[in-house]
Design a protein around this ligand. Structure first.
Ligand SMILES: *Cc1c(COP(=O)(O)O)cnc(C)c1O
Length: 356
């Protein structure tokens, strides 16, 4: 029944665009690899995926996803180990999350044979697109769209699952300045905050634009009732080091998107013997910790940035400055540890790297 690698139909490109990429100066999202994967869902089932040259898509203007946002996506990265073998970081976790998003958005779950085997095959074919200089990777973007040609409102019956990939340069970890959001809301109980739905990103653009004009980099989202409990920064999970404890908001009530990086960070810290608390965390507690000199580190986590240090946190007119980042023990250790595992410099004791 399953779609094995050998059953995936492949049409190779005759004109590789790889030479267009300046390996030493990769701009994220500027180039897409030579091939893409497409699978169609219709009549209640998935058709076998096909890999073909990267190309533009054409849709009827009445196509569902263009109007009603039945669209979800994922973000994964592939790296090369010292021997040059491609490694995909924790794609099974992305598959699980994609399917949680799919259920909530009334979309079909993607089978492992398409998501994982399709991705492996695509990465194998485009392996030369995985950059090898320090801190680089191949960003993998799986996504699903509702493609009924019908402007009426109802869950669609036809869907498209696609994977494209893009070389990602070294992510310049410029520390970020954060504004604590007390006007707009990202997620609320029973909502879609836990999904990687396109709409979660669409709604964040305006509030982000507003705070950027005020000179901040990202929003710290808070709850919609009291604007008191913190959720995430921008599109990253967030961690605070208070005293010798690492605290991150819990994912109950559908409020937090459970990042693969978040889970990796929690796992690595606990193994190292660091105390990690996953619980509701209020801005009042963060302010009090800062006043008492106990707010040691704060950082965001996500596939794109890995670990993004926060140097300042502004709540109303209280601008909380964090200690100099060079002194941080936890975030800096995590960043290196994660990189060592992803690039195969360290034994992968968790089985996180999928060999292609
Ligand atoms: C993708 C995403 C993250 C990070 O998840 P990773 O799996 O670590 O990349 C966090 N928050 C939001 C809202 C996201 O969309």
């Amino acid at each position: 029944m399953g779609v094995t690698k050998s059953r995936i139909k492949v049409k190779k490109t005759e004109n590789s665009r790889l030479h267009e990429v300046d390996a030493l100066n990769i701009n994220f999202g500027k180039h897409y690899s030579d091939h893409m994967l497409i699978a169609y869902y219709e009549n209640g089932q998935w058709n076998p995926p096909e890999i073909m040259p990267f190309h533009n898509l054409y849709f009827s203007p009445a196509t569902t996803f263009l109007h009603y946002g039945q669209a979800i996506f994922e973000g994964v990265k592939a790296y090369k180990d010292p021997q040059g073998n491609p490694l995909i970081f924790r794609p099974y976790d992305n598959l699980k999350r994609m399917n949680r998003s799919a259920v909530r958005m009334a979309m079909p779950e993607v089978p492992e044979e398409i998501f994982i085997e399709g991705m492996r095959h695509l990465i194998e074919l485009d392996r030369d697109w995985i950059p090898t200089s320090e801190d680089t990777s191949l960003y993998i973007r799986p996504f699903m769209l509702a493609i009924d040609e019908f402007i009426g409102v109802r869950p669609a019956e036809k869907f498209m699952f696609i994977i494209i990939t893009s070389p990602a340069g070294p992510y310049y970890n410029k520390p970020v300045s954060i504004y604590v959001q007390d006007k707009y809301v990202r997620a609320f109980p029973g909502g879609i905050g836990f999904t990687k739905a396109a709409g979660n990103y669409g709604m964040s653009m305006y509030p982000t634009q507003e705070i950027k004009k005020m000179g901040y980099d990202q929003i710290l989202w808070t709850d919609g009732f009291e604007h008191k409990y913190v959720q995430e920064i921008g599109t990253m999970n967030v961690f605070f080091v208070i005293g010798d404890t690492v605290v991150t908001p819990d994912a109950s009530n559908d409020l937090i998107l459970e990042g693969v990086t978040r889970d990796s960070v929690i796992t690595l810290l606990r193994e190292k013997g660091v105390k990690v608390e996953i619980r509701p965390l209020s801005i009042d507690e963060i302010e009090a910790a800062h006043k008492a000199g106990q707010l040691k580190e704060a950082f965001g986590t996500g596939t794109a940035a890995s670990i993004a240090p926060i140097y300042a946190l502004t709540y109303h007119d209280d601008k909380m400055m964090l200690p100099p980042i060079e002194k941080w023990e936890i975030a800096n250790w995590l960043k290196k540890e994660l990189a060592d595992i992803r690039y195969g410099h360290k034994e992968d004791v968790h089985g996180w790297n999928l060999k292609v």
